[in-house]
Write a new protein. Sequence first.
Length: 76
Amino acid sequence: MKIRYFCRHCQNQVGELDAKHVDVSQLGFDLLNDQDQEQMVHMTTNGNMDITTICDSCKESLDDNPHYHELDYFIQ
């Protein structure tokens, strides 16, 4: 199983882990509440786990433009 991280804004893949070499319990998913888990953690049909996060570029854009937080999508 692969654990893949994707930016919630630009949809770019941020990273990937091979679950054979990672203890999933160490990734902190158990610290998320149920609502956050539903929004951020998705199992794919081929058995991978996709995690929604934010990339450095989008984080920088949000920091530089706080009004972007009001928008559903700021990447066009």
